[in-house]
Design a protein around this ligand. Structure first.
Ligand SMILES: Nc1ncnc2c1ncn2[C@@H]1O[C@H](COP(=O)(O)OP(=O)(O)OP(=O)(O)O)[C@@H](O)[C@H]1O
Ligand SMILES: [Mg+2]
Length: 354
């Protein structure tokens, strides 16, 4: 059993609170990704789970047992750090087997476990090299290998894969996720989307939302998650609610000649300043949605099958994703439509209006 449960977990350094009450349940063998901007508390949370930081308040359970005061070595956890150090005078093989030798594991058993980890990480041809004879990505894989050989119940990874190519990353994800619970930290939302069963979006020491990748993408709870998950970022347009029924509101778009559109939401109040969210790929051809807006193009990137158009109106910058059209190269303006069914509405505090 390697489930995890965090209940009202807090962390303070002196008078500075950096984790402000985190509740989270992670199932056995789940692959969970913590994502959030720099400084939001990802590493701190991971280090508390590993036992490298004390928990200021709240409870940590692993496999149903309270672990707050259990020694890191007895938690069944292996952690790969954001910055790692290999033993420079040891070969890849010895670096990977070190923890097992230290624990008194028999030599032939160490050899088997190192071999297995080397296979997962495509390190087999490099086992007799020294760290200085490896590339950055290869060194990073050795650091991961040191964790894998220990067969932990729970893996904690603090941004360890940034140097790995996509194929190896997916391979490793499959191999590891079969055996252990995984908590993986990254500030890269694309990496989070591709790796996770469950994404935990953190900001400033609290959880903003927990969910499956596409649920966060399709149904963000607030403007922060809406803007953080998805690439290019969701566009935000200033608006005011000018009319309201029980099942819809009508908005006036501040920077687009007071263009109006109705959204199927039941919240919000007339006169309220709101933000309309539209993903780059959800702008349509003129006439295809409920309202058209005309924009001045700043830059267009033509990628072959897709193009990204960076445009603005009234100082509001927008990104539009389009199917590539050779006719559009060099255009100065663009008109797009907004489909209310594919748009999101947020209040002034960034909470979703539904
Ligand atoms: N020992 C410490 N004393 C005081 N503040 C600390 C200490 N360690 C971390 N912090 C603060 O706690 C906050 C969270 O830090 P943490 O390292 O968890 O961020 P992170 O989300 O991992 O960021 P990054 O993506 O940059 O690695 C930061 O504001 C940081 O400055
Ligand atoms: Mg960190």
């Amino acid at each position: 059993m390697s489930s995890l449960k965090l209940t009202a977990v807090h962390k303070s350094y002196g008078s500075v609170e950096v984790i402000k009450g985190v509740d989270l349940e992670i199932k056995s063998k789940e692959f969970v990704v913590f994502v959030g901007p720099s400084g939001c508390g990802k590493s701190t949370l991971l280090r508390m789970i590993a036992g490298l930081e004390t928990i200021s308040a709240g409870d940590l359970e692993i496999g149903g047992t309270r672990m707050n005061d259990v020694d890191p070595s007895k938690r069944g956890i292996a952690m790969v750090f954001q910055s790692y150090a290999l033993y420079p005078h040891m070969t890849v093989r010895d670096n990977m087997g070190f923890a097992l030798r230290f624990a008194g594991v028999a030599k032939d058993q160490i050899a088997i476990q190192v071999q297995q980890a080397a296979r997962i990480l495509a390190l087999e041809p490099l086992l007799d090299r020294l760290p200085k004879e490896l590339s950055g990505g290869q060194r990073q894989r050795v650091a991961i290998g040191r964790a894998i050989v220990r067969n932990p119940q729970v893996f904690l990874f603090d941004e360890p894969l940034s140097n790995l190519d996509a194929e190896l990353r997916v391979h490793m994800r499959i191999e590891i996720a079969r055996k252990a619970t995984m908590i993986y930290v990254t500030h890269d939302q694309v990496e989070a989307m591709t790796l996770a069963d469950t994404i935990v979006v953190l900001r400033d020491g609290i959880i903003e939302q927990v969910g499956r990748p596409l649920d966060l993408y399709d149904d963000p709870a607030n403007q922060f998650v809406a803007g953080f998950i998805g690439s290019p970022k969701m566009n935000f347009l200033a608006a005011t609610i000018v009319e309201k029924t029980t099942s819809s509101v009508t908005l006036e778009l501040t920077n687009h000649g007071r263009a109006r559109l109705a959204l199927p939401v039941s919240g919000g109040a007339v006169g309220e300043a709101v933000t309309l969210g539209v993903r780059a790929e959800h702008f349509g051809e003129p006439g295809a949605g409920e309202v058209d807006i005309a924009l001045d193009i700043d830059v267009a990137e033509h990628l072959g099958s897709t193009s990204y158009v960076y445009a603005n109106r009234g100082g509001e910058a927008l990104t539009i994703e389009r199917e590539e059209s050779r006719n559009e190269i060099g255009m100065q303006t663009i008109t797009v439509s907004i489909d209310p069914v594919r748009a999101y509405l947020f209040d002034a505090r960034g909470q979703r209006i539904r």
